[in-house]
Design a protein around this ligand. Structure first.
Ligand SMILES: Cc1cc2nc3c(=O)[nH]c(=O)nc-3n(C[C@H](O)[C@H](O)[C@H](O)COP(=O)(O)OP(=O)(O)OC[C@H]3O[C@@H](n4cnc5c(N)ncnc54)[C@H](O)[C@@H]3O)c2cc1C
Length: 417
């Protein structure tokens, strides 16, 4: 679908979000350059849980959550940790996060999330078709498992909220999930089945495939660290890299994941973006054979069978985007998974930490700049950047190509904070 007026577009960031923007902008006929200091898919998009988690529309901050936070923080192996020296820095973000969890806000935020998820049903396969990678996605159900029935009853309103927004679930017993997945403990309390769930075979391979196809179709990929963006009047005029070189173009898209706020701030948009650091471990020889992805709700972890092994991950750590990883967190997650997978062997494997680009209200920024007519933002996808990446790419391409979209973009604006 070629655009009427081909433009030169520069994108900062070659994660799933930046590469999705690149693929859809290129499809519109634009001349696209992507710049990344690590290389395609080497940021948070490298090792995620590979779930196209369309139904995960309930904001992380929600009524009742704060009551559990002190218990989590006191448990060194708990699902939430904050490095003591980082407390003062993250406090303002946490206050906004708590405010977003008020009952009065949760339903509007879930609606904004659901809107992206419904679009992703079409946009994700479209992105895969554009790079001829339909083979990278498969569809099955996903099972969310609770140790105890009462835990499900407490969370039932969240499942009902998903159903209200078009993402229904089926409840089955612990015995039934054990029958479907014999490696799951026979003692599981109950499981919620989400039909039509999609997974990517390997999230890093998806981004590298996008980058390869983008280049072979004429796109330019540059390894470089963007240090500064220059402006003239209400226009972004150039992008300056650490090596002293500069890029010029008609439009700039900032899709720099958990680092995006550093580029947005001097451009007049102050955004409360925080690195919501998640961990996992991928092991080739666990002795576990799962047919599909599981979410172990009682422990807050996702368990994903991938070609390279079983990936067990989750957790939230606040320590700053550039702090060294604490890989003990990966081990804690594996320990927890043993409760639901009693035969799990904790073997050697790859431990990983990814900085999720976290906004306190759970909704990404997909927006033009209020200050510069040729500047666009695509970041803050938190726990769902893989899921919503292609939709973000398509929405940004709509804006730059001047196509009227069918989505009310107000919830995703950069100046909503
Ligand atoms: C443990 C874990 C599990 C997850 N599971 C899922 C899941 O199952 N499903 C899902 O939808 N999401 C999941 N996520 C979230 C998802 O991985 C992220 O939301 C997504 O990867 C964010 O993509 P991004 O392109 O915005 O950022 P990134 O992938 O981090 O890309 C940003 C890029 O910008 C570059 N960059 C930054 N600043 C500059 C600069 N100044 N100059 C040049 N380059 C720059 C970086 O090098 C980086 O490559 C998970 C995350 C974690 C941590």
């Amino acid at each position: 679908m070629a655009s009427a007026e081909p433009r030169k577009v520069t994108i900062v960031g070659a994660g799933i979000v930046g590469m999705s923007c690149a693929v859809f902008l290129q499809r519109d006929g634009h001349d696209v350059t992507v710049v990344d200091r690590l290389g395609p898919g080497k940021g948070c998009s490298y090792g995620n849980a590979a779930g196209v988690a369309l139904s995960e529309i309930v904001p992380i901050s929600k009524p009742g959550l704060m009551a559990t936070v002190p218990k989590w923080l006191l448990d060194p192996k708990g699902p939430l940790s904050i490095r003591p020296s980082y407390f003062p820095t993250v406090m303002p973000w946490l206050l906004r996060f708590m405010a977003a969890g008020r009952a009065s806000r949760v339903s509007a935020l879930a609606e904004a999330a659901a809107c992206l998820s419904h679009r992703a049903r079409e946009d994700f396969p479209m992105a895969l078709r554009a790079i001829e990678a339909e083979d990278m996605m498969f569809c099955d159900f996903c099972a969310a498992i609770y140790d105890h029935e009462h835990e499900f009853r407490k969370a039932k309103w969240q499942w009902d909220l998903r159903a209200e927004h078009g993402f229904p679930y089926r409840k089955i017993s612990g015995a039934e999930i054990h029958e479907l997945e014999p490696d799951v403990s026979a003692d599981a309390g109950c499981a919620l089945i989400m039909d039509g769930w999609r997974n990517i075979k390997d999230p890093y391979a998806l981004v590298t495939r996008m980058a390869e196809r983008f280049q072979s179709d004429g796109g330019t990929l540059i390894g470089g660290d963007v240090r500064r963006v220059e402006t003239t009047g209400r226009t972004v005029s150039s992008v300056h890299l650490a090596d002293g070189s500069a890029l010029l173009g008609d439009h700039l898209v900032i899709a720099a994941g958990a680092w995006s706020h550093r580029l947005a701030r001097p451009l007049g948009s102050i955004v409360p973006l925080e690195a919501d650091r998640g961990y996992n471990k991928t092991m080739p020889n666990t002795g576990i054979s799962l047919k599909r992805q599981l979410v172990y709700e009682s422990a807050g972890i996702a368990i994903t069978p991938l070609p390279q092994g079983l990936r067990i991950g989750g957790a939230v750590e606040f320590a700053g985007v550039d702090a060294a990883p604490d890989y003990r967190r990966s081990d804690y997650l594996v320990d927890k998974a043993k409760r639901i997978l009693p035969g799990l062997k904790d073997t050697s494997g790859e431990k990983w930490m990814g900085p999720r680009p976290g906004l306190p209200d759970f909704i990404p920024v997909i927006s033009g700049s209020p200050h510069f007519g040729n500047l666009f933002y695509a970041f803050g996808h938190g726990h769902l950047g893989l899921t919503w990446g292609p939709t973000t790419g398509r929405l940004i391409a709509d804006m730059i190509s001047g196509r009227p979209g069918d989505v009310d973009m107000a919830p995703y604006r950069v100046d909503r904070f």
